[in-house]
Design a protein around this ligand. Sequence first.
Ligand SMILES: [Zn+2]
Length: 258
Amino acid sequence: MDSWVLDHKKRHHRFFEEMTRIPHGSFHEKEYGDYLVRFAKERSFEYKRDAIGNVMIHKPPFPGYEDHPCLGLQAHMDMVWAKTENISHDFLKDPLKLYIDHGFLKARGTTLGADDGTGVAYILAVLDDPELKAPPIEAVFTVQEETGLGGALALKKEDIRFRRLISLDCGGGDSIYISSLAGLKGIAKRQFQWEKAQGQGYCVRISGLKGGYSDGYKREQANANKLGARLVYELGRALQYTGRKKVLPIMEGKALPS
Ligand SMILES: [Zn+2]
């Protein structure tokens, strides 16, 4: 393994870079959870790992801070695994290949996992620092955040002591959030019947969009899912008008081989 890229004299740098060498995509957080458990054991911190894989670590208060209420610090272990098409990278076992580009830390050909690796690294730095004057700290590292907050939803309230929490998972280095991301889910159900396909099939590809994060909704950029849904909706309407008989003239797509 080549040498470290970050400055390991800084705790958060060291913990972040160590994290990039352990696979930790959503649903594959086991090995990183082992790392956290080891971290807690080495420092004789009380810890718990729940059934889904969340890890809670308790750091005792700094002397003189025993009467302060417990503070929760939370981050999620899992990262999004994505890579460019032209490289071979096995996220299940390969470490990320870090490099610095004009002062920015990047991973060669893959996502970096700064979301939420930075949050995890800062919390570990707080836990690791014996000189830090702090109240009792309860660190909560959750799993499966990127795929729908699975770990957070599975947290048991009896496993949580804190009544005040700082969640270290939000965007931008120049912002402070009073409350972090909220989740809202809806499930829509509709009965349908399959119909045998007839006529010419088309493959429609929506591409050339700018991309972006779901939270960046204010940017008014096009979203492939929404465009696809609108296309299907408009097609459905057009099909009704044509009695499902004609090949639609409104699509410019590539014909599938028959
Ligand atoms: Zn996140």
